[in-house]
Design a protein around this ligand. Sequence first.
Ligand SMILES: [Fe+2]
Length: 213
Amino acid sequence: MTTQTYPFSLPPLPFAPDALEPHFDARTMSIHHDEHHRVYVERLNAALKDHPGLHGRTIENLLRNLNRIPPDIRPAVRNNGGGHLNHSLFWSLIGPPVKTAPAGPLLDALTASFGSLESFRVKFREAAAGHFASGWVFLVADARKNALEVLALPDHHCVLATHQTVLLVCDVWEHAYYLKHQQKRADYVDCWWQVANWQEASRRFGRPVEAEA
Ligand SMILES: [Fe+2]
């Protein structure tokens, strides 16, 4: 859960743009972060500018309570706010390839939920490569089900249920891969697997479920 409120700001990439080479190329990373994500933040702030009653809310609070957002700015908050939240998660859940793999309680949970790490990888790859149009694919821990799940969401929809914790996320918008892979999204997903940040996933798996925002 983030504590930042209006005006929202673009979080810095937690690594150099070329740090994920050869899997994620530096040019795509720079355009993706410096242009696409920046524009979502700017448009979110522009939508909220004349609504001071919303300036004290976190991005999660805004997105969880869209029905309380004035209708004229609701689509802008949903789309650009969702883009901001999902991209912020995305940067934190990828990192330089260090050949890490899940271990300990997270590996146990993956095995219990999917049968094996390889079965999870296949399921996630199918969901990401087969996702229609633009969207996001998540690995989430569901506290109510005491299980891990793969979730595919359209556009910039977010995982907002307070009993679900995002452990990994893959951006399957074309802007995430088209420069390098063109239409071959499955190749991009295979590259994403090489930079998935299992260390951060394990940290998030071990933390308590968030309180309602
Ligand atoms: Fe993106």
